[in-house]
Design a protein around this ligand. Structure first.
Ligand code: GDP
Length: 199
């Protein structure tokens, strides 16, 4: 069975964890470096164009955006990290918020971690993975923009990333592209499974 994302609706944007809805139901979060393709992936997976604003100016969105799938379930668009032009104190602040969210949010049942296939596993990605592993949070990595590589090269990067993470049974990984559609269904299926398993 597939989760119906068609009725998904914007719920709210928050600047701090205190603004989040009551910690109940199911949340599936999307995270990644600025410009990795998170908004595009969210849009492709939920079928709703413009759901999360895509932008060519990375680092602009510094809020947590929540979308309601149904009365129990939410998708959470976490702020992109690693954008060079964001002042250091603000970066630290958001890193702290991200780590706290991943480590304390009870209703968080899955993390979709977006990485540009050309620059996988940068240090902040590894921090995210560490926090997810510590919290035993199932994590699915999308290696986005796979269209930038030949199929052979994309598969070889995927294998390399999988090899690096093979000690973590709760982490899975796939290639993804909004341009040629590769992996969109697989990603949708994963998010859907998480939504439906945890009720
Ligand atoms: P975000 O900052 O992580 O939300 O990234 P966006 O979704 O705004 O995407 C950043 C840039 O990458 C935009 O110019 C997108 O058009 C581009 N992009 C996103 N996904 C893909 C993809 O699968 N293939 C290609 N070639 N470009 C992509």
């Amino acid at each position: 069975m597939m989760m119906a994302f068609e009725k998904i609706q914007f719920l709210k944007s928050v600047m701090a964890l205190s603004g989040l809805p009551f910690d109940e139901g199911v949340e599936i979060a999307f995270a990644g470096r600025s410009n990795a393709g998170k908004s595009s992936a969210l849009n492709a997976i939920t079928h709703i164009k413009g759901l999360a604003k895509t932008s060519k100016t990375p680092g602009r969105t510094q809020t947590i955006n929540l979308f309601q799938i149904d009365h129990l379930r939410r998708l959470v668009d976490l702020p992109g990290y690693g954008y060079a032009k964001v002042p250091v104190p603000l970066k630290r602040k958001w890193e702290k918020i991200l780590s706290e969210y991943l480590q304390t949010r009870e209703c968080l049942k899955g993390l979709v971690l977006i990485m540009d296939i050309r620059h996988p596993l940068r240090s902040l990605d590894e921090h995210m993975i560490e926090w997810a592993v510590q919290s035993e949070l199932p994590t699915h990595i999308l290696l986005t923009k796979s269209d930038k590589f030949s199929r052979g090269k994309a598969i070889s990067v995927l294998s390399e990333v999988q090899k690096n993470l093979k000690q973590y049974p709760l982490i899975s990984c796939q290639i993804f592209s909004i341009l040629n559609g590769e992996g969109i269904n697989a990603a949708r299926k994963k998010v859907s499974q998480w939504c439906l398993l945890s009720q």
